[in-house]
Design a protein. Structure first.
Length: 472
């Protein structure tokens, strides 16, 4: 069967009907219209107290119809694809966006047709019982690593999305998007003290993700550093040098800087970087990337949710602000190419500029030398909750894991502290970048009006001064 025909049959439509829906959507004028069809299956299993205690399976199906007229967006959706209901949705979107504009909407100049997430074993071919041995084996492996573990909670979830997009340019785009995720939480008891640690992995892969090597990898990571957590102290706070460890520290980059590079915030003048394009915003040698092309990465996309091919975008190049993150609307407004960042939670939402995999590229410094260079400071490698003000760039993050740095040496483990700073100032205060970029492959999800899967990463980075909130 022709691959395109598979998607047309799945959504019970033909090319003529797609064209008719676009015509209906543009009945009152409009610059552009598109259709977003989605069929997604979701599945999950939860293991707790030695047994699989819950699980779930459900299917989502429908189409979203959008009309753009200048600055106006009309959006409506239907949870079935009968022509009658789709026409109603198209008319509703048309009415919302009615008017005349003549505004030019971005059209891609190429279609690269890469496949960044080939699948060996389709999740949909296996029943729940197939995955139970993996969860029980994972639980046993975690328990075997440390006698202080008193509870293990493990979750496996997967989804497969068939997506078809059609627009008023006549572009028809189809693809299948897999996702598999495993998360484990272990509770440790030592005397009267309790600590817990969670580890997760998430990739755009099929059931080949499930393997003995993944069990061992997660089990080893979940006990790493637990001794330090039991003896961690709350240090004296104040302004000091902060070394951010490679990997999960990238969440600070995502939140404190990445959102401020999304083009809708800049187009509306809400970002601290709205007037900084082409300007130096950090020292030479710093490259900050948002990448949709990493193989099997949680944030990658062959296409975004507007049918624009995924790409690797340098937001900052050699310290200069080089590009915002664009969807079709902002690309048209700025007169540039879309970066393929138009994303949506599902067919019920219109696409907006969103990050994918956001990271800083490696520098030339040895991570050990970076730590040695710090007389007094703090090393942090795992963050949790944070808050960011897009307009001002101010941020605060809670640190889950770290160490004091005293005279160039890692000393006492620390906990219960916040890192406080300003995004643009923190960028300008970067003093060294390690050669050890690491992408964190956890279950990162970004919430900006909608929820979408993302990932993040960092090499080891030294920021000359940030506020560390601790004891006074």
């Amino acid at each position: 069967m022709n691959i395109t025909q598979y998607y047309l049959d799945l959504f019970k439509v033909n090319r003529r009907q797609l064209e008719d829906l676009i015509s209906t959507a543009l009945r009152y004028g409009g610059d552009f219209s598109d259709l977003y069809f989605e069929h997604t299956t979701y599945f999950n299993l939860l293991l707790k107290d030695g047994v699989v205690s819950s699980g779930g399976f459900h299917t989502d199906f429908g189409v979203g119809i959008r009309v753009l007229t200048g600055e106006k967006t009309g959006y409506a959706y239907s949870e079935n694809t009968s022509m009658e209901d789709m026409v109603k949705a198209a008319k509703a979107a048309a009415a919302i966006a009615s008017g005349c504009s003549g505004h030019k909407v971005y059209k891609p100049t190429d279609d690269r047709r890469h496949d960044f997430y080939p699948v060996e074993r389709d999740w949909r071919l296996f029943d729940a019982g197939h995955f139970v041995p993996f969860l029980t084996g994972l639980e046993q492996a975690v328990f075997s690593k440390d006698s202080r573990i008193v509870k293990v909670i493990a979750r496996l979830s997967d989804s497969v999305s068939d997506v078809m997009m059609y627009n008023s340019f006549g572009e028809l785009t189809c693809e299948t998007r897999p996702m598999g995720s495993i998360s484990v939480t272990a509770v440790f008891q030592q005397g009267e003290k309790t600590e817990n640690k969670s580890v997760a992995r998430s990739f755009r892969k099929g059931a080949e993700l499930i393997s003995p090597s993944l069990i061992e990898e997660i089990a080893k990571e979940i006990v790493a550093g637990i001794d330090e957590r039991f003896c961690a102290i709350r240090p004296k706070g104040g302004q000091m040098s902060v070394v951010m460890g490679a990997g999960a520290s990238g969440i600070l980059l995502h939140e404190a800087m990445g959102h401020a590079f999304e083009a809708d915030f800049n187009r509306k003048g809400q970002s601290i970087f709205s007037d900084k394009m082409g300007c130096r915003i950090c020292p030479e040698g710093i490259d900050i990337v948002d990448d949709g092309t990493i193989m099997w990465n949680r944030g990658s996309g062959n296409y975004d949710d507007e049918g624009v091919p995924g790409e690797k975008t340098y937001m900052v190049k050699n310290g200069i602000l080089n590009s915002y993150l664009h969807d079709r609307i902002s690309a048209s407004w700025y007169g540039v190419q879309s970066t393929g960042n138009g994303r949506r939670e599902n067919f019920r939402y219109n696409p907006i500029p969103r990050m994918r995999a956001t990271y800083m590229e490696s520098g030339n410094a040895d991570p050990k030398d970076i730590i040695t260079s710090v007389k007094k400071g703090i090393y942090v490698d795992e963050f949790s909750n944070g808050q960011v003000k897009i307009g001002e760039g101010d941020f605060t993050f809670f640190v889950k894991s770290g160490c004091l740095i005293e005279n160039g040496c890692l000393t006492a483990p620390v906990k219960d502290i916040n890192i406080i700073g300003n995004g643009p100032q923190a960028l300008s205060d970067i003093a060294a970048i390690g050669n050890d970029l690491k992408i964190d492959n956890g279950t990162w999800t970004c919430g900006k009006e909608q929820s979408v899967p993302v990932s993040c990463g960092m090499p080891t980075v030294l920021v000359k001064k940030l506020i560390v909130g601790g004891d006074q």
